[in-house]
Design a protein. Sequence first.
Length: 103
Amino acid sequence: MKLPNGDRAFVDIAKLRDYSLDPAHKEGRHKARVFAAALGLTRNDVDWLHEQLLTAARMSDRRLGRKTDHGQRYLLDFTLAHRDKTARLRSVWNVRPNEVFLD
């Protein structure tokens, strides 16, 4: 089953660039190191990663995650290839309680 309304998914480019891909960020540096080691990604690859995440939101099968006060979580597991590297990624999406997404 696909992510509800995955064609309307939102990925914050600034968060990808300044957190997930920034090796100098206090909390994000660990993610940045993993992205660099697994796929050779740097902050310069932010647009590519952004597009890959949006494609995964539209195309990948999802699993139901836990429901919290912040909304319903969905887990997407998919494979990405970048340059000469391939890695399996898990992307967690949250649909907030006040958002209306229909299956």
